[in-house]
Design a binder for this molecule. Sequence first.
Ligand SMILES: *[C@@H]1O[C@H](CO)[C@@H](O)[C@H](O)[C@H]1NC(C)=O
Ligand SMILES: *[C@@H]1O[C@H](CO)[C@@H](O)[C@H](O)[C@H]1NC(C)=O
Ligand SMILES: *[C@@H]1O[C@H](CO)[C@@H](O)[C@H](O)[C@H]1NC(C)=O
Ligand SMILES: *[C@@H]1O[C@H](CO)[C@@H](O)[C@H](O)[C@H]1NC(C)=O
Ligand SMILES: *[C@@H]1O[C@H](CO)[C@@H](O)[C@H](O)[C@H]1NC(C)=O
Ligand SMILES: *[C@@H]1O[C@H](CO)[C@@H](O)[C@H](O)[C@H]1NC(C)=O
Ligand SMILES: *[C@@H]1O[C@H](CO)[C@@H](O)[C@H](O)[C@H]1NC(C)=O
Length: 561
Amino acid sequence: MVATRLMMLLICFLAAATSGLVEAGSPTFFFTWNVTYGTISPLGIPQQGILINGQFPGPNINSTTNDNLVINVFNKLDEPFLLTWPGIQHKKNSWQDGVLGTNCPIPPGKNYTYYLQVKDQIGSYIYHPSTGFHRAAGGFGGLCIHSRSVVPVPYNRFVEDDFTLLIGDWYTRSHVELGKQLDSGKLLGKPDGVLINGKSGRLDYDSDGKGDNEPLFTMKAGKVYKYRICNVGVKTSLNFRIQGHTMKLVEMEGSHVVQNEYESLDVHVGQCFTVLVTANQDPKDYYLIASTRFTRTVITTTAIVRYSDSKGLASPDLPKAPVGWDWSLNQFRSFRWNLTASAARPNPQGSFHYGGIPINRTIRLANTAHLVNGKVRFAVNGVSYVNSETPLKFAEYYGIPEEVFKYNVISDKPADEIENVTLQPNVMDATYKAFMEIVLENRQNTMQSWILDGYAFFAVGMEPGTWNPDKRKSYNLIDAVSRYTIQVFPNCWAAILVSMDNAGMWNLRSNIWERNYLGQQLYLSVRLHKRSLRDEYNMPDNALLCGIVANMSKPTPYSLQ
Ligand SMILES: *[C@@H]1O[C@H](CO)[C@@H](O)[C@H](O)[C@H]1NC(C)=O
Ligand SMILES: *[C@@H]1O[C@H](CO)[C@@H](O)[C@H](O)[C@H]1NC(C)=O
Ligand SMILES: *[C@@H]1O[C@H](CO)[C@@H](O)[C@H](O)[C@H]1NC(C)=O
Ligand SMILES: *[C@@H]1O[C@H](CO)[C@@H](O)[C@H](O)[C@H]1NC(C)=O
Ligand SMILES: *[C@@H]1O[C@H](CO)[C@@H](O)[C@H](O)[C@H]1NC(C)=O
Ligand SMILES: *[C@@H]1O[C@H](CO)[C@@H](O)[C@H](O)[C@H]1NC(C)=O
Ligand SMILES: *[C@@H]1O[C@H](CO)[C@@H](O)[C@H](O)[C@H]1NC(C)=O
């Protein structure tokens, strides 16, 4: 074990010295991932899944602030493929983001090595495929980032064990069928089930009543456990709860939060929470429960957590999920940043006084649905996004953006009534280091879940109705949580504040994958007036090329000007 670690350190220095891709001084961990199809039966019906090294869900990555992760992904599917790492900020390095606006997809039979450095964020994350509808077939897994031992955390970090719980809706149709259905203009409809770590639990034990259902996790009475709960699904918000136990929320999306106790948590698509659970109940089995929210019929799935000296089966009486979305809105408002806790750095989170920074620009983005040639499309301010063959970032880097896309085809203010929609790439120019207010206006009566790559933002406000500048009076300018996803309830708005200090091409997208697939996304291009390595890394040497840049000579690299 020690020898392996030393080997890794050695390889790290060599790699750092030769490629300049990883930061010397911090440990580097190497992964080789084979992405293949395989038959899985999470709902009892065999179907084609996407496996990583034979696993569904994929392997969990365990890391610590500043670690370099070198992940060589071999695409053994019959379709182009990419993985993305939501919430990993890729400082100066949108090249590693793994979305089609910043990377060419890995062709079948080829591989691509991601060089990630996990930095300013601690907590629980996921990775998942960004191409096509692959995410509905697997290829996802957990990724956790621990604080360095020199940085204090606002709770006892020596928990008895650390559990990753990937919950998500599930369809029995293959990703190909789901994609075809969307291409034909029909939405997916309700999911067929809900999974916890790739399995769908039953409410009863086996027929002999002995309770020989394998527990997912085991806890020792009196000990404290960390649970990392992420919604890896494609469409549905889920409520998560643990029978007989409360959950103390300690982290979310890279921030330490005020530690409230929750009986249940609404986890919207793409969101992650870290909670502490104390095994302080009678020693027996308990159900872990995930159930759909805001759906006509509630789909519930369970898994078992067993006390190590369990003396009985779990009770079939499951705690009820909350009803309605105003409960969920109130829960959102209860999430507060712990201003005195340290994040990745020793200085407290609250030392960044975001509430006092003047806003340079306000962008209002309205999501709408349209019928285009009889097929459903989703749009942001009237533009329904389509991918270009050449990644947007490449077109920009090679100095030929106009051959691939136009900047600012949408304006900062959506029309009151959006009648028409155009299908094209959607890139907004964002000034480097500007402080922006982005208002997400949900003009539909369905749930939204948004994610911004490359950044953490402050989720300052969320209310029913229409946003206007007066609403700023209701913003939380003191202790809103710094995070990278935000849900927007039906016919509500949500406001975020973000400092555009990470140069690159960054995807702002719906995490609800049918919306994303049918156009509800855009990119923010945070460009430098003067290219400098200080602010942005060069295109990596191993970048896969495609589209019009495939045969062009590489432009002059950035230097330390
Ligand atoms: C990936 O597949 C190759 C050959 O297909 C095999 O040699 C290698 O051991 C596999 N790697 C892992 C980590 O499974
Ligand atoms: C993950 O890493 C942390 C910090 O290095 C370590 O304490 C923990 O045991 C690791 N967990 C697993 C499951 O490997
Ligand atoms: C593909 O994997 C090989 C090692 O098997 C590695 O040398 C090469 O750099 C990888 N290709 C890319 C584009 O990362
Ligand atoms: C916030 O963090 C501080 C510093 O680590 C800790 O002492 C305090 O208990 C935390 N407060 C809450 C409300 O969680
Ligand atoms: C929408 O398109 C229709 C048909 O092309 C056109 O008549 C109408 O003026 C357009 N509306 C707007 C607001 O552009
Ligand atoms: C943002 O606004 C502040 C205050 O008006 C100004 O000093 C700063 O230069 C602006 N920054 C950008 C990037 O526009
Ligand atoms: C690039 O060059 C290769 C052969 O060198 C050729 O097969 C391919 O069609 C070219 N691609 C483009 C986009 O011109």
